[in-house]
Design a protein around this ligand. Sequence first.
Ligand SMILES: CC(C)(COP(=O)(O)OP(=O)(O)OC[C@H]1O[C@@H](n2cnc3c(N)ncnc32)[C@H](O)[C@@H]1OP(=O)(O)O)[C@@H](O)C(=O)NCCC(=O)NCCS
Length: 179
Amino acid sequence: MDYTIETKRLVMGPFVDDDIDRRVVLANDIDVARMVTRMPHPYTRKDAIDWVATHDAGREAGTDYAFAINRKGDGLIGSVGLHKKGNTLFDLGYWIGKPYWGHGYASEAAIAVMDWGRKSLGLREVTACYFTDNPASGRVLEKAGFVHTGTDGNCHSIGRGEKMRSLNMIWRDGAQKQG
Ligand SMILES: CC(C)(COP(=O)(O)OP(=O)(O)OC[C@H]1O[C@@H](n2cnc3c(N)ncnc32)[C@H](O)[C@@H]1OP(=O)(O)O)[C@@H](O)C(=O)NCCC(=O)NCCS
């Protein structure tokens, strides 16, 4: 399976050891951690090493596909991945380091990973959710072809140390083209 995704400005692929230091710097930010569910805060070098060490097994099991988001000519700027929930559905997750917000990178990465998931994994439905105080992420998901399901949730964020209301979205292959 081809595990490299290239877009106009980004290259996405497996995390490598050289990504660890930069990942720690970018991920150790409460404004990132509070918007996702599973990122410890503070975020340590051990957290990064332990997390990257799970990737080969996740890919082999077909349950987790994590990509480093690299800006061409620069380096790591964030992370995007597909994580299997339950028996069938995958969930899309991502974050971008704060210095790189507002340049369309999350949208560019999310669109490309959904295309990869459709072609490489044969995905036809993917879920995602975002906290209600994170409308920028809702917009990223819309741009990647997700629509609101009309349902909400109450997810625990390790970074916040509490639960927060979230909105559920779903991507269905082909729905975008049908408008
Ligand atoms: C959310 C996040 C991924 C966005 O990354 P980004 O690279 O800045 O996103 P993009 O530039 O691709 O797109 C952001 C979109 O949200 C819009 N937006 C930004 N702030 C907004 C707000 N307060 N309300 C509504 N839309 C907003 C932008 O205008 C843009 O849409 P547009 O292209 O139509 O103008 C980034 O801020 C991040 O990593 N946050 C912390 C972690 C996180 O939230 N992960 C997602 C968890 S569900």
